[in-house]
Design a protein around this ligand. Sequence first.
Ligand code: C2E
Ligand code: CA
Ligand code: CA
Ligand code: CA
Length: 281
Amino acid sequence: AKGLGGARHQVFDPAMRDRVTTRLQLETDLRWAIVRQEFFMQYQPIVALESGRICGFESLVRWQHPRRGLVSPDRFIPIAEETGAILPLGRWILDTSIAQLHAWQQQFSQDAPLTLNVNLSGKQLFEADLILELDRILARYPIAPGTLKLEITETVLMENATSVETLLEQFRARQIQVCIDDFGTGYSSLSYLRRFPIDTLKIDRSFVASMGIDRENSEIVRAIVMLAHNLKIDVTAEGVESEEQLVQLWAVQCEYAQGYFFSKPLDADRATELIGSRPQW
Ligand code: C2E
Ligand code: CA
Ligand code: CA
Ligand code: CA
């Protein structure tokens, strides 16, 4: 009874009520946001540390809300997952991102064609139509083999281990790469790294952030890179903000890095300009 009373008290807390109202409003607004064309994608460069050049991008969704301004994906993606709005939104994200990758590969012919990482939510992963949808998009926007990378978190992988296996095989058959996002923050067992066909690990930015400040964290990063390399898996460090972090990542032979040190996420036009300017770090 004591617990119930506490809960009731919370519901009538005005700050809580505001949050609930806002959330309900966002839920409703999300349903219309696609048709109203309020979403757009930004692209953050991923740099190959060996050459210091841009090798690809991660696409990140943005919601320009008519009254609230920019709403963070950390805020609306979880709501979209709960309400199911993530399914049409996820399709739109894949379609828009792959169309952009196709356009870039047409415009910039390089020895190694640009790659694109697209985030997949757990819900989206188990939508019956995902593979069909991907095939349809890839038929419309043909891209170089191996240049689409889907980012999945380790929690999503582990919670659905049996069904995931089939799905990852289907990705592999299409030369779609698989990247584990936020590596190190989720599941504690590493056995899935052997079990599943995984191409890249993305070291969570919380580890990268404390590199240099904290010796133990530098050691964790080094251990992750060594583990991945033993399993023939590439490593991307996310959230790289300083030269010092970069130096350490270079020293442990981490393949790729991404973060404000190089560039924040950019609108498509700005990203295209950046590719054209061929920056080198
Ligand atoms: P994430 O996939 O881990 O994306 C990386 C986040 O780190 C992005 O935040 C990016 O802007 C931010 N970031 C990049 N470099 C730095 C840095 O140097 N320092 C710091 N402090 N942050 C950096 P963003 O765009 O706000 O996205 C937040 C999360 O929302 C993403 O985390 C992802 O979980 C989700 N999300 C974003 N776009 C999508 C999408 O298209 N689909 C799905 N399913 N989820 C998405
Ligand atoms: Ca990601
Ligand atoms: Ca991440
Ligand atoms: Ca994250």
